[in-house]
Design a protein around this ligand. Structure first.
Ligand SMILES: *[C@@H]1O[C@H](CO)[C@@H](O)[C@H](O)[C@H]1NC(C)=O
Ligand SMILES: *[C@@H]1O[C@H](CO)[C@@H](O)[C@H](O)[C@H]1NC(C)=O
Length: 347
């Protein structure tokens, strides 16, 4: 009997941990709910946190031109994304030293061979797009019907080579003007491009002639695989246009958000692209940004990405700080976060 009780309580503890690990909620559940979780709160207290977010979110959204201009000019004066976000032949000559932003003791001197892989034109300067959609890959996009709204944007930014076919298009759209690729996906899915390269080139077809943005100079080990991706694209005549993040820009962006209270080891691709969009677009819309394991409406469980449930190594002990900063910008009318499903009237 005692053994049974112990096993029972061990199980309860385990279940509690499993829930806590997958879910957001850092607070202790209210005592009366401890023994009997209520159906309205299926995620061990996350409903309370999500409701707080929704309270901030559900004020009618209106663009505040003054706030947008102010934020944009602060970002521009600290980070200079228009000119500096991307390494180009214009801003990084042969002989220049690139300091890896993730590994600051390491640097690379630009050789003529590396220089030849840099884009000649500046992809962003002198161009501002009217409407940009930045698509995060959160499970909140599953069955969201947001595809048409995303595709209606003038410039669509996607993160980490996400799948767009097989039914996802209705919910995430297909238009892509810029897509990022983390070298880790090149390593895991394409054998670091040490063997056959055609599979990568074929998978890039769904993004047409979009820019393919690689953090080639964030860590030393990113450089060779990123260069191999650029060479593969060139050798196979793929219409994709590889470009590289400027590590100096990423570093300045980390300082910028740090000064606003973000204590993160690395910025996520999502907040990096949202920041860049704020410099290059007049109206910034974010989709698929939602750091919680449960849907804001209905609280049903969500997968980690809209296309798989691979977990990132995150522990949600507080409301994720990046999301909080983006929600603040939403409330200030600087950008617009889209949470939940898209209906025609949601535009
Ligand atoms: C781009 O802007 C810069 C400075 O704002 C200007 O000097 C340059 O002529 C512009 N280039 C084009 C192609 O419009
Ligand atoms: C999404 O919709 C499809 C088709 O209606 C359904 O089969 C599937 O269960 C839904 N997925 C989720 C996570 O709600």
């Amino acid at each position: 009997m005692i053994t049974l009780l112990c096993v029972g309580s061990l199980l309860t503890t385990l279940i509690w941990y499993v829930f806590n690990d997958n879910n957001v909620e850092p607070h202790k559940p209210p005592p009366q709910k401890k023994s009997a979780p209520q159906p309205s709160d299926p995620c061990n207290g996350c409903g309370e946190i999500i409701n707080k977010v929704l309270e901030r979110y559900s004020q009618p959204w209106k663009k505040r031109e003054d706030n947008y201009q102010k934020f944009r000019s602060q970002l521009g004066s600290k980070c200079h994304g228009l000119d500096k976000a991307i390494v180009t032949q214009g801003n990084t000559p042969v002989g220049a030293k690139l300091v890896y932003d993730g590994e600051k003791k390491r640097s690379l001197q630009v050789t003529p061979e590396i220089f030849s892989t840099f884009t000649k034109e500046r992809p962003f300067s002198n161009k501002t797009w009217d409407t940009c959609a930045v698509v995060g890959n959160g499970g909140i996009l599953t069955n969201s019907s947001c595809g048409p709204m995303i595709d209606a944007a003038q410039f669509v930014i996607r993160c980490n080579l996400p799948p767009l076919a097989n039914g996802y298009e209705t919910h995430v759209g297909v238009k892509t003007d810029l897509v990022t690729a983390n070298p880790s996906i090149l390593v895991e899915k394409y054998g670091a491009l040490m063997g056959r390269r055609r599979p990568l080139v074929e998978s890039l077809r769904s993004y047409g002639d979009s820019l393919l943005l690689l953090p080639a100079f964030s860590y030393g080990h990113n450089t060779p695989v990123s260069l191999r991706a650029a060479y593969s694209i060139e050798d196979f005549g793929s219409p994709a246009r590889p470009i590289f993040f400027n590590p100096e820009y990423l570093q300045s962006l980390a300082v910028f958000w740090g000064s606003r209270g973000l204590r993160a080891v690395r910025l996520s691709t999502g907040i990096i692209m949202a920041s860049l969009a704020l410099e290059v677009c007049t109206n910034v819309h974010l989709y698929g940004f939602w750091p919680f394991g449960h849907h804001p409406h209905g609280l049903h469980a969500l997968t980690n990405h809209y296309y798989d449930d691979r977990q990132t190594k995150k522990k949600f002990h507080a409301m994720p700080a990046e999301f909080d900063l983006l929600l603040r910008l939403h409330s200030q009318g600087v950008l617009r976060l889209h949470l939940g499903d898209c209906r025609p009237a949601d535009g």
